[in-house]
Structure formats: structure tokens, C-alpha cells
Design a protein around this ligand. Sequence first.
Ligand SMILES: NC(=O)c1ccc[n+]([C@@H]2O[C@H](COP(=O)([O-])OP(=O)(O)OC[C@H]3O[C@@H](n4cnc5c(N)ncnc54)[C@H](OP(=O)(O)O)[C@@H]3O)[C@@H](O)[C@H]2O)c1
Length: 253
Amino acid sequence: MQDLAGLSVLITGGGSGLGRGAALHLARKGARVTISGRRREKIDAVQAEIGPNCRAVVGDVTNDADRRRLIDAAVEHGGGIDALINNAGNMVRGPIAELDAGEVLAVFDSNVVGPMMLTGLAVPHLGKRGGAVVFIGSVHTRRSFPGASPYAATKGAVEVLARVLAAELGPKRIRVNCVIPGAVPTEINLRAGLFTEAEHKTRMEALAPMHALGRIGTDLEIAEAIEYLIIAEWTTGASLVVDGGLSLGVSNL
Ligand SMILES: NC(=O)c1ccc[n+]([C@@H]2O[C@H](COP(=O)([O-])OP(=O)(O)OC[C@H]3O[C@@H](n4cnc5c(N)ncnc54)[C@H](OP(=O)(O)O)[C@@H]3O)[C@@H](O)[C@H]2O)c1
């Protein structure tokens, strides 16, 4: 295992949810983190929580100029890039017959195309240090939630991407893996305007009994999996399921 202390880690979508959790956890362990997001106030709040080990850069992963600024900022802040965490993502749901093509393309842009392009920009830096890329997949590729086809399709794409890029970038000593989180309460559904906060809480509580371990997860539990994939030197092309057993499809019938 590599030592996390002193590594330069770039995390997209670091202003809330799993990205914020990863930034706090990795910085606590001594990493120098650079975080991005479109809302200045969210990433600034995380930067203030962490202190000098964190740099916050406003940017949209779907915008090429923003992606380049983000890479430059991470290189400057961390003295290079050791790990890229492609965490920023959005949710789109809807019955298949009612989907809007523009909305579907937009969610592929933020969840798949943006992370692909950002990974390409990070490769020259990661290659200098034997670095790591971590994609964030979803339990939506393991359990089927009717109406969530746009989101699930993007997550299927990143899971496959991690495997292909692991093969492509292995000769450069770059490892590429994917974390498959289960249900963790974050902003993603609220930002998509799908539920009120009260409805979201009820849905999360209803999911708990579907887990083998009887509860939903925490952002720290996902951050620990991300940490492992950053430092595990002989792990590449892996999909690490961290979901309390939700994907097992437990049934007592
Ligand atoms: N929560 C779960 O149960 C769960 C389960 C499986 C997988 N995931 C995945 O985990 C990742 C993080 O989601 P989360 O649940 O933590 O939700 P979240 O709290 O909404 O975090 C997502 C972050 O991504 C940022 N973002 C969205 N689009 C962006 C863009 N185009 N450019 C830059 N930043 C962007 C958002 O900030 P701005 O709006 O300010 O840009 C937000 O801070 C996502 O990939 C999601 O699919 C979550």
C-alpha cells in the first residue's frame, strides 16, 4: 500500500455528499486535496472546514476550459496529481417513453463524457507518479429501479470505462477502479428536484430493510473505499461494491 499522506488528490463534486466526505477523510489522512463544483459557496465551505490542505476551484466538468483549470489548480496545489476521483454526478429519472433527449445527453455529459475528458487531461500527470483514477458507479447497475434508466445507463458506462482504462493505462502504471456505493443520504435527488427533503428521508428509511446489514450507508464508508483504491498498488480494473448488502437482493420469502 502507498502512504496517503502528501498525495495530491483531485475530487470533482467536492462541495457536498460523497465528494465532501472523501475530501474531509483524505485530507484528515494527510492528502492535499483539490475540489471542484459549480456552486462557489458549497466548495468554499468545505475548503474552510479542511483548511490549507484543500484548494477549491469553481468549475463544471462538462466544460473543457474548466477541466483544464481544474487540472492546473491540482498540479499547483499538490505539486502534481496522484489521484483523480471522478465523483461529480447528477440524477435524471423518468419513464422511458417520456424522456427528453437533451436531458439524457446532459446527464451523460456530466456523469460520463466530462469524467472521460478530465481523465485524459490527468493522464500525463498521473503517469509521472504511478497514480490512480477512481470512478463512482452505483448500485443502480446491480439492482433495477424502474424509471431510473438514464442515471443507471451512465453508471453502467463508468463501470465499463474503469475496466477498459485499467487495461489501457496499466502500462503507464496508472490504476483505474470503480466504487459501487449503495444508498447514502446526499443532495443528489434533491438537486434533481425529484423529492422534497421529507420524501427523501422517508425513501431512505424505506430502503434500510433491503440491505443485508439493515441500514443505509454513510459518506465516510464510501470515502474509506475510495482511500483503499487510491493506495492499493496491485488493484486495477476492480468494481468495489460498498452497499451494506443492498445489491444482494436479499429476500426472506
Ligand atoms: N448518494 C448515493 O446514494 C449514491 C449512490 C451511488 C452513487 N452515487 C454517486 O456519487 C457521486 C456523488 O453524488 P452524491 O450522492 O454525493 O450527490 P451530491 O451531494 O449531489 O454531490 C454531487 C456533486 O457533484 C457536483 N456536480 C454535479 N454536476 C457537476 C458538474 N457538471 N460539474 C462539477 N460538479 C458537478 C455537485 O455540485 P454543483 O451542483 O455545485 O456543481 C455536487 O456537489 C455521484 O456520481 C453519484 O452518482 C451516489
